[in-house]
Every structure is written in structure tokens, then in C-alpha cells.
Write a protein that binds this ligand. Sequence first.
Ligand code: CA
Length: 225
Amino acid sequence: MRILVIEDEKKIASFIQRGLKEEHYAVDVAYDGEQGLYLAEINSYNLIVLDIMLPGKDGIFICRELRKKAVKTPILMLTARDALEDKVSGLDSGADDYMTKPFAFEEFLARVRSLLRRDAAQTSNVLLVADLELSQLSHKARRSGSEITLSSKEYALLEFLMLHKNEVVTRTMIAEHVWNEAFDSFTNVIDVTVKHLRDKIDTNAVLPLIHTIRGSGYMISEKRP
Ligand code: CA
């Protein structure tokens, strides 16, 4: 599950980011409206946390733009003010829920979970490549019908590969989206996690699905690249 946080107050942004990462969500942060809108348009997120008061383009504008462009990602709006008109214009602009800052992280998390559940119930939440299935709800994988238990990093990596099936994903992309960290120090961790995934998914299978693309990265595909 990947979440975009658009919040210009660095302290609040990092508080939210840290908390969500602890819950094993992949988190991207934008500190202004322009960058937030850009990321929301080019990437696919399961949820957007959107502050209303932002430099440049404000949250209401961003929300309207995204809905105009048929981006249906659930949006949880944040504002420092407890003003009724903010709440009304936020929900009018297409937001799904609303929270007033400051808030307790537990309550925030409960709203996040509820929006993600609602979204998952509306869209198909099982990813498929050949006879490999991955449930985005239970985080369990199945290959030829047998259940495979994954660690949280293995799950996040497999989900990322499956969301990009038949595309090469580089180690940099994996580092950023699965580990949310800079590339350098993570190369080995990525390779080790890929190896564990292969052991679980491909070892006893006739058709290997996870391919190494020499010099580039990895690809999940039922066809040999
Ligand atoms: Ca703000």
C-alpha cells in the first residue's frame, strides 16, 4: 500500500511519515502543492493525505484537479483550522474524509485504515501474474493454489513488482518505493529480499516469474525477457 502525504509543515509531515512507515506503508512526501499534484498524477497511490493550507496550489485546488482528471484515490484532508467552511469546501471538492490538526496518531491511523478498506472493497484487490496471486488485503500470496507466507518487506517488494508486471523495475525504484530510502546502502538488502522471494515463489515452479535484468534490475513476467 502506497500513500502520498502532501504537507508543508516539515514536523507534521515527518511525524505522519514515520508513523505510517512503522505500519509498513510505503510513503512519499511532497512539501508543496505543485510537487504534490505532480506526484499524484504520475504515480498510483492507495491514499492521499492532503493538507489544505499549502504554499502554491492549496489542498482544495489539488483535490478538485485530481477529481477532474478522474484520479479516484481516496483523499484524507488535513487543516489546522476547525472552520466549518473548510470542512464543507474540502468535502465538496471531492475529499473522502477530514481531520483537524493537531490529531492523535491512533485516530489518524484508524481513518487511514478505514479509507484503504473502503477503497479495497471497491476495486479488485488481488494481483495476478500467471498462477501467482497476491492479496492486497491479507498480504498473502498463492502459487498454483498453495499459500505462501511473506514477511512485510517481501510483500511490499512483490506487490511493487506485480503492480509493474512486464516492466523492468530498477534497484533505485525498489529502494525508493519499498524501502523509502536512498539507493546506495540498500543494494544488498534488495538482492537478498529478491532471493528470499524467489525461494518462496519460484523454486518449485515450472515457470519462474521473477527475472533478473542484467545491469538494470528486476521484472516479474510469465514471459522470459
Ligand atoms: Ca499547511
